[in-house]
Design a protein around this ligand. Structure first.
Ligand code: ASP
Length: 330
């Protein structure tokens, strides 16, 4: 029987009702006690690593989770991480960079309703996560509401209903129907994973609104090593407002600027319109193409934890990791 390590980090799945709203309180052992049938799927051990609402999750916690996987990697066949849904997509992306090419499954799951509620998605999600962790499903994924989504491609797209996550610009890896795993895509993996243990958390994100000037970008670029700008459509920056001078100034000062889009699907293509073209040709900004914003955030933190050399940053940024970027322009 496969041996799976359940790593608890908190979230709604482990929450109870308190005077001031839902708060994660259940231990991983208590979570598991709700699911006696898991013992038919695998042998599960528990680690209580954190007990946080995932709103409180930070890059330092991502490193803790990766280090827990690393320490236990040889002793288990797979890993289930219970996690709040709010920032699960960021953690899944971060783990995809911190633990690369894993032949063993690393499965994140959580729920929109606590495991102790009469109506809850916790039990099916957690049981499905164990099924996936005990299957041949290499790499990092999110298992939620019967879908298996690649760790670099997930986004929380619904704040309340059980169908909380979508796979962005990439098909789902698999689905689970009545507990049966139907796998469509098998992620590539190595013989053994490559672990990384450094992140640079100084990565900021700015969502543009029509009429915005450069002030917010200046503020963020002064205090961070990289700025991701979520602009409009396939990408560009307003010609008024001093953005071009702002980007030039901070890039000369060694900062990294990445353009992406606010549009939910299909990604950026900066060369298409005049408002984006010069950003690439003259200024040399990077663009996300079909990467999710969550993946761009985590990838930049991982890259800048390794190097500050601009050419190397660019090379790593456009090198696919766990199928995070597939469309690299024409
Ligand atoms: N606020 C919760 C969290 O992210 C939401 C959830 O788990 O669904 O921890």
């Amino acid at each position: 029987m496969k041996k799976i390590l359940l790593i608890g980090t908190g979230g709604t799945i482990a929450s109870e009702v308190t005077d001031s709203g839902l708060a994660p309180e259940l231990t991983t052992e208590q979570l598991l006690s709700h699911l006696p049938a898991v013992s038919d799927i695998c042998h599960a051990d528990c680690v209580q690593l954190l007990n946080l609402d995932s709103t409180n999750m930070t890059p330092a916690h991502w490193l803790e989770i990766a280090s827990c996987i690393r320490k236990n990697y040889s002793r288990y066949d797979g890993f289930v991480i219970t996690h709040g849904t709010d920032t699960m997509a960021y953690t899944a992306a971060a783990l995809s960079y911190l633990v690369q090419g894993s032949p063993k499954p690393i499965v994140l799951t959580g729920a929109q309703k606590p495991i102790g509620f009469d109506s809850t998605d916790s039990k099916v999600n957690l049981t499905d996560a164990f099924r996936c962790a005990a299957a041949d499903l290499p790499g990092v994924s999110i298992v939620f509401n019967g879908r298996v989504i690649l760790g670099t491609r997930a986004r929380k797209t619904r704040s309340k209903s059980f169908q909380a996550f979508s796979s962005i610009n990439h098909p789902e890896l698999a689905v689970l129907r009545d507990g049966v795993l139907l796998r469509y895509i098998r992620q590539d993996c190595g013989q053994a994973p490559v672990f990384y243990d450094r992140l640079d958390p100084k990565v900021a994100l700015l969502k543009l609104v029509p009429g915005a000037g450069r002030e917010a970008a200046d503020f963020l670029l002064e205090r961070n090593d990289a700025l991701i700008i979520e602009s409009f459509g396939v990408g560009g920056l307003p010609e008024a407002g001093g953005f071009y001078d702002c980007v030039r100034h901070w890039m000369e000062a060694g900062k990294i600027v990445v353009l992406t889009t606010q549009v939910a699907s299909e990604g950026s293509d900066l060369g298409v319109y005049h408002v984006g073209y010069r950003l690439k040709s003259d200024l040399g900004v990077l663009e996300a193409y079909d990467m999710t914003t969550e993946a761009v955030v985590a990838k930049l933190m991982w890259i800048l934890g390794r190097t500050r050399d601009r050419a190397e940053v660019e090379r790593l940024f456009y090198t696919p990791v766990a199928r995070d970027i597939l469309w690299l322009g024409m």
